[in-house]
Design a protein around this ligand. Structure first.
Ligand code: PNS
Length: 172
């Protein structure tokens, strides 16, 4: 039986916006890091969409919160994810699935990406503790004074609290 040649090593990518990274993201990153030799967390550079956190801030938060994982690095990418994978010898994309509602769109992207360059996507079910969690929900709840401290690392919670305070002061 012949098999396809292996791409270099077992290098995977966890792509996303990470605005900001939640404990749900960190759960998937930590578990994926245990399955691959190397895991790159890649933040999409999207010049059309201004987030709550600047790109550099997201990178710093990700570096702080993944610093205990020796095989994880943090990077940015622009354009197509498949081009980033090809340029970096990345064999697999890891995406967290929170609920069945994530599945339709994630499946479309996985199939499109596979059709483009043959890169595979592996879906990792998030821990049920985080199945409702999203960056946008966290930002919305925190903006209106809700307590989101249970859903974020201490570093990210501090950064979010500081950003909201800046926004409030700036709005006065
Ligand atoms: O955290 P998000 O916003 O759900 O992440 C989505 C992301 C960045 C993984 C996705 O939008 C993406 O891969 N964008 C890069 C552009 C691209 O490759 N588009 C084609 C997808 S089939």
């Amino acid at each position: 039986m012949t098999s396809a040649p292996h791409p270099t090593g077992t290098h995977a990518v966890c792509p996303g916006s990470f605005d900001p990274p939640t404990l749900g993201h960190l759960d998937v990153i930590g578990r994926a890091a245990g399955l691959f030799d190397r895991l790159t967390v890649a933040v999409l550079v999207n010049p059309d969409k201004r987030g709550m956190f600047a790109l550099d801030e997201r990178l710093e938060l990700l570096r702080q919160t993944t610093g205990h994982l020796p095989n994880v690095d943090v990077d940015t990418f622009r354009g197509l994810l498949v081009d980033y994978c090809r340029a970096n010898g990345i064999a697999a994309i890891v995406k967290g699935l929170r609920a069945v509602s994530d599945f339709d769109y994630e499946l479309q992207m996985a199939q499109m990406n596979h059709g483009l360059t043959g890169v595979d996507t592996l879906f990792m079910p998030t821990s049920p503790t985080f199945s409702f969690l999203s960056s946008s929900l966290v930002k919305q709840v925190a903006t209106y004074g809700g307590d989101v401290s249970a859903h974020l690392s201490a570093e990210v919670y501090a950064a979010l609290t500081a950003r909201l305070a800046e926004q409030r002061d700036g709005g006065l």
